[in-house]
Design a protein around this ligand. Structure first.
Ligand code: ZN
Length: 432
């Protein structure tokens, strides 16, 4: 419950249905009560002036590493959700590769207890297998009964086809999503960067596209016989997109995501041997990036998910071969994405592209983890989760940040984030 009902006035509204103008009223209970032009204000309502700003549903990140428990020097549920709120996210799905991993009901209770201090919604992904070892399945029913929204061994792909088949079979019965980190260990082991002309010239052991594509193809073959919800995580190669296009054209139902870094950064950056560019799947070549952009705009790639994976300075200061994989971007993802698609110049915006990109951050990912399909997140009765951003203001990324984006700046600064009717970010600053 919040202090006052809200009215957001004067902004442009953008969601999967289009770009237009509307005021939005939110009740103290945190639900949208009106979505129309020129809402009359009553004396108890707090007015947020959104003139010149863009209002979208709060962003939903299907792939967030909050690092707690086990590596709270790198991130905690509190610090990670604050970054997410600053980036306009109102829901994140916490990955289970914590230490210990989220593979039993007591861990779900533990995360829920820690998430009481989170400033936005934290949904939980369970591991598929115990300790993410790819051997024994977790008790999927018990985890599903507790409301975990996804099962994934993220960080590891499930190598054993029969285990994956069983997981899909149970997922079909339980109505839950199984998501896969696409990596075939027998092919990728020892690799540090995309296998291609650049890694070959530099003598860096390569990770071929086939590592990802073989597991994707195998999973889709298994999925044909299982009535399950399947989600391919962080796809990165043109071959993966081709497989997905063929499978979807043939009527197979499943979803997939791409990260901001696989849309924006290419493998030439590893020439610097700087571990800030080390990530799994690796940064790929320009052709792959162009295909990821095409797949996203055409809607074949459903969602943009950050794979926010922070590390300490100490960890990322190691050599390229020793440093851990991961790029973090929760608070700047919107700006990176808008720049990627040329949506950062206000007077030249392609509305169709803009709508698709916002859809990939909001309605589509929301529906991937929702039991019931929602056609509009900006309608009466929907949760009062909003991101309000400016295309006139830039967000500056600190130069010293351990990030490929350090020293850059991006239009698309989030001015307000409203979660369940509560203003958690105000004038670009966290309310905490
Ligand atoms: Zn992964």
């Amino acid at each position: 419950m919040n202090d006052a009902p809200l009215v957001i006035k004067g902004g442009y509204v953008i969601d999967n249905h289009g770009l237009g103008r509307s005021d939005i009223a939110i009740s103290p209970e945190g639900l949208i009560t009106q979505c129309e032009n020129d809402i009359e204000i009553s004396s108890d309502q707090r007015v947020i002036d959104a003139s010149g700003l863009y209002i979208s549903p709060g962003f939903v990140d299907l792939h967030t590493h909050l690092r707690e428990p086990g590596n709270s020097e790198a991130e905690t549920i509190v610090s990670g959700t604050r970054k997410a709120a600053l980036g306009g996210f109102t829901t994140v799905v916490a990955m289970p590769n914590t230490s210990p991993s989220i593979d039993c009901t007591s861990m779900v209770h533990e995360i829920r207890a820690l998430a009481k201090l989170a400033v936005i919604n934290v949904e939980i992904a369970s591991a598929i297998t115990l300790e993410r070892k790819g051997e024994g399945l977790v008790n999927m029913k018990a985890m599903a009964d507790l409301g975990v929204v996804m099962f994934t061994d993220d960080g590891n792909g499930v190598q054993d086809s029969s285990i994956m088949d069983k997981a899909l079979s149970y997922a079909g019965e339980l109505g839950v999503v199984v998501a896969q980190h696409l990596e075939t260990n027998s092919i990728s082991t020892g690799g540090l960067a995309n296998l291609g002309p650049i890694s070959q010239r530099l003598g860096i052991p390569g990770i071929p596209a086939s590592s990802e594509e073989i597991m994707l193809a195998r999973d889709l073959i298994l999925l044909k016989n299982r009535n399950a919800k399947y989600h391919a995580q962080h796809i990165s190669t043109s071959g993966s997109l081709e497989i997905i296009e063929i499978a979807k054209q043939r009527g197979l139902k499943f979803t997939c995501e791409v990260t901001p870094h696989h849309l924006f950064l290419d493998d030439s950056l590893v020439e610097k041997f700087n571990p800030i560019y080390k990530v799994n799947p690796p940064l790929r070549g320009t052709m792959d990036i162009n295909e990821m952009r095409r797949g996203l705009l055409e809607g074949t790639i459903d969602a943009i998910a950050t794979d926010h994976a922070p590390h300490t300075l100490e960890a990322k200061e190691k050599s390229f071969s020793e440093a851990p994989c991961g790029i973090e971007s929760l608070d700047i993802a919107l700006g990176i994405i808008l720049k990627t698609f040329g949506l950062d110049i206000k007077d030249q915006i392609d509305a169709g592209k803009f709508v698709r990109v916002i859809d990939a951050l909001t309605t589509r990912p929301r529906n991937i983890i929702s039991k019931s399909r929602q056609t509009s997140l900006l309608s009466v009765g929907a949760r009062g989760d909003l991101a309000i951003f400016s295309l006139d203001e830039k967000k500056e990324v600190a130069k010293e940040r351990i990030s490929p984006y350090g020293g850059l700046n991006f239009f698309g600064k989030v001015i307000y984030t409203i979660c369940g009717g509560k203003v958690v970010v105000e004038n670009g600053v966290g309310n905490w």
